[in-house]
Design a protein around this ligand. Structure first.
Ligand code: ATP
Length: 199
């Protein structure tokens, strides 16, 4: 899976339709302060289903809509599309390319599409759940998050690394399996006691 394209219209400082095509390898986005570099990352988080405006550096989701500049009037909605290469079947959808779009209107209403078909917002989050791209995953490391990680207690830091390495859910499953095993063992002990009583 690879991010191929990011398209923005009316999202934060992007009042004009803007597209970024990502070539294979590493992409660095450079520009003066306030030119919109972080807004691009906010746009990616937005499509991944982020529901908390503060995580997108706004106080309300409606603040994400382009509010105008000296040269352009504000717009009525913000829309972001991610185009993902799915030739490796990373997402369990029968498409080699997946385009995911999320739109938010100035009145707070929102809409979403996967490959052009309307879906619920929840379907976006579900698509990315357990892929390492979902909310709370570490595919995106924000400014200040590295410092925060270094300042964490060792146990919290370990949890973050486990999440990052994708082993946290296995630890969770192991804990559940151990609880089931303990219950089975308790049942077995009870059966053995009954058998002894019957003999
Ligand atoms: P730095 O290098 O300082 O971190 P940056 O390139 O990451 O800067 P961003 O934080 O992405 O810059 O962009 C900030 C700009 O986006 C500000 O000029 C701000 O006015 C503009 N902006 C944010 N939300 C909106 C909006 N809804 N409408 C218009 N402009 C917006």
């Amino acid at each position: 899976m690879r991010l191929r394209e990011l398209w923005l219209y009316g999202f934060k400082s992007f009042g004009r339709k803007t597209g970024v095509r990502f070539a294979p390898g590493i992409t660095a986005i450079v520009g003066p302060n306030g030119s919109g570099k972080s807004n691009l990352i906010d746009a990616v988080r937005f499509v991944l289903g982020e529901a908390n405006a503060r995580a997108l550096r706004g106080s309300r989701l409606e603040d994400l809509v382009f509010s105008g500049s000296a040269a352009r009037r504000g717009l009525g909605y913000a829309e972001v599309t991610l185009v993902l290469d799915n030739r490796d079947g990373f997402f369990s959808l029968p498409y080699e390319e997946i385009s995911v779009t999320r739109r938010i209107l100035r009145n707070g209403e929102s809409a979403a599409w996967i490959n052009g078909s309307p879906v619920r917002l929840k379907d976006l989050s579900t698509l990315f759940l357990d892929t390492g791209l979902g909310q709370g995953a570490f595919a995106i490391v924000g400014q200040g998050e590295v410092d925060a990680l270094i300042a964490e207690r060792p146990e919290a830091r370990r949890t973050a690394f486990e999440e990052l390495a994708g082993i946290r859910r296995f630890r969770e499953r192991k804990r559940e399996a151990e609880a089931d095993l303990a219950e089975v063992e308790a049942n077995l002990t009870r059966v053995r006691d009954l058998l002894t009583a019957l003999e």
